[in-house]
Write a protein that binds this ligand. Structure first.
Ligand SMILES: CC(C)(COP(=O)(O)OP(=O)(O)OC[C@H]1O[C@@H](n2cnc3c(N)ncnc32)[C@H](O)[C@@H]1OP(=O)(O)O)[C@@H](O)C(=O)NCCC(=O)NCCS
Length: 161
């Protein structure tokens, strides 16, 4: 499958809803840290109407316009730190798409001058923990069932090579 990565757009709302509908309950749970039904109109607005600087979201799109993965970084007001979240459709996981999305998003974060990226992952989500640690993030704290990882700028740059 030929996929291209690009910035999300406001007119991606229907395709994003379709991607969300395709996700297994576990993948939704891992992404949203809880049970998540359909995306609401408010969710879709928030997730697609982004400024591309403080809130950056990249999608992987096929030739037919269907989306297979999304990675986003939401920055704080000062432009110092951003929280990153990522999801890849179950049927295309373990095929390198997460890595490609992550790399592009980290490049954008670096260009925006962010000093620190954080990730919130469920403590038993070993695949995502390995995935983020593989990009240089270190575990900072665990509160309840949620683990926070931190990727400092130096490690981010080392990961980007
Ligand atoms: C985490 C996630 C984004 C990874 O995306 P992906 O497209 O599967 O990742 P890749 O194919 O690029 O693989 C990345 C690494 O994970 C490993 N991996 C991927 N799928 C795996 C699987 N089923 N079993 C074991 N390892 C796996 C790969 O071997 C690879 O490791 P490597 O770089 O050492 O080779 C994806 O699993 C996902 O969407 N999970 C649900 C949502 C989630 O947990 N998000 C994180 C919190 S926001």
């Amino acid at each position: 499958m030929d996929l291209r990565l690009r910035d999300i757009r406001p007119d991606d709302k229907p395709a994003l809803q379709r991607l969300h509908a395709r996700l297994s309950p576990e993948t939704r749970y891992r992404r949203f840290h809880g049970v998540k039904g359909d995306l609401t109109r408010g969710d879709l607005r928030y997730l697609t109407e982004v400024d591309g600087r403080r809130h950056i979201a990249l999608v992987a799109e096929d030739e037919a316009g269907e989306l297979h993965g999304v990675a986003r970084a939401v920055g704080d007001q000062g432009g110092v730190e951003a929280e990153l979240a990522i999801v890849v459709a179950d049927d295309v996981q373990a095929d390198g798409l997460g890595t490609a999305l992550m790399r592009s998003l980290l490049e954008r974060c670096d260009r925006e001058g962010l000093r620190r990226i954080t990730f919130e992952v469920q403590a038993d989500n070993h695949r995502a923990l390995r995935f983020f640690q593989g990009h240089g993030a270190r575990q900072a704290r665990t509160v309840g069932s949620v683990c926070t990882l931190v990727l400092e700028r130096e490690a981010l740059r080392a990961d980007l090579g």
